[in-house]
Write a protein that binds this ligand. Structure first.
Ligand SMILES: *[C@@H]1O[C@H](CO)[C@@H](O)[C@H](O)[C@H]1NC(C)=O
Ligand SMILES: *[C@@H]1O[C@H](CO)[C@@H](O)[C@H](O)[C@H]1NC(C)=O
Length: 308
């Protein structure tokens, strides 16, 4: 039958086009270098794992050496990563220290042979409770989200953009903001301030760098995601502990999170907490050439929460 064979030929053509475009998407990331602050856990780790499975060399940046080494081993031990020639290298760095960010970026460029993408995802939750009841000692300290999240992004973006401008190289940055960067949330003022600030930096830097070189800068705003940041905030609802108090929850199987999870999830749209890999997919899209027309945008990936 003529129509039958035509349909067959067409579907074979369509299928191979689909395969080619999928291969091209993955190829685009092969051999490239990505700097991922906060790449040792949560959304940063999921993004690092996905990029490395497409052959990207990922520099995962974190404060904690033990967690960093474990994340590096998990990525390098993944068969898909090995098959595609990707790899991870951990760099111990506190993004609140500008000088350390500067030297880390120089080390990454030197070790991995360049820099093509940046995902600035290092972040903390900070104090939970009424703003006027926040202890003064938290301002400018290790648990201040403005210091960590906002200055962390500022230090990273500053050095990333300087590197790309001095090399006249086009590039893409994704900063991790939050639902709380576009909507007000009570009892997390400093966190909200840091995430609103990140969106401000994203948009200003984006419009300064639309060409020569073209550095696209976007931010992704996650809703509630199954990550250590969320798990450790849950302690406050369970027994009034701040995220940095008590034991650090680093597993979804931790009894505290297991006890709290149903309460949190029932408040969410569709009773669904997002996976860090769902955030990673959006981040990677924004880094890719498929998003070539997108810059200075604030991109919610929150299962519809901010649409309300
Ligand atoms: C290995 O990488 C693939 C591709 O990113 C991913 O689907 C898989 O979950 C990873 N395996 C582990 C154990 O993380
Ligand atoms: C976000 O990314 C841009 C581009 O790298 C950068 O200029 C900005 O400082 C980053 N940080 C924040 C807080 O948006």
């Amino acid at each position: 039958m003529r129509t039958g064979s035509l349909a067959l030929i067409l579907s074979v053509v369509c299928l191979s086009l689909l395969r080619t475009s999928q291969a091209a998407f993955e190829d685009e990331f092969a051999g490239k270098v990505a700097f991922i602050s906060g790449g040792t856990s949560g959304i940063g780790f999921a993004t690092a794992m996905r990029l490395a499975s497409m052959g990207t060399k990922v520099a995962i940046i974190g404060r904690n050496e033990e967690r960093g080494k474990a994340a590096e081993a998990a990525i390098n031990g993944n068969a898909t990563v090995a098959e595609h020639g990707g790899r991870a290298k951990f760099y111990q760095c506190d993004v609140t220290q500008h000088i350390k960010v500067k030297s880390t970026i120089a080390a990454v460029v030197n070790d991995l042979g360049g820099l093509h993408y940046a995902v600035n995802s290092a972040g903390i939750g900070g104090f939970l409770g009424r703003f006027d009841e926040m202890p003064d000692s938290l301002l400018w300290g290790v648990n201040d989200p403005v210091m960590n999240n906002l200055y962390g992004v500022i230090h990273c973006v500053l050095e990333e953009v300087r590197y790309w401008r001095s090399h006249n190289q086009d590039a893409a940055i994704v900063n991790l903001s939050s639902y709380n960067g576009i909507r007000a949330t009570a009892y997390g003022t400093m966190y909200g301030a840091s995430k609103h600030g990140i969106n401000g930096v994203t948009q200003s830097v984006a419009i300064e760098n639309v060409e020569n070189p073209r550095i696209r800068v976007n931010s992704v705003c996650p809703g509630l995601v199954d990550t250590p940041l969320t798990w450790n905030q849950a302690k406050w609802f369970l027994r009034g502990e701040q995220p940095w108090q008590g034991h650090y929850i680093d597993s979804a199987q931790d009894p505290d999170w297991v006890a709290n999870r149903p309460e949190w999830v029932k408040e969410l749209i569709g009773q669904k907490i997002l996976s860090p890999y769902e955030e990673a997919e959006a981040i990677i899209f924004l880094l890719s050439s498929r998003a070539s027309g997108i810059t200075g945008m604030i991109y919610p990936v929150d299962n519809g929460a901010s649409a309300k």
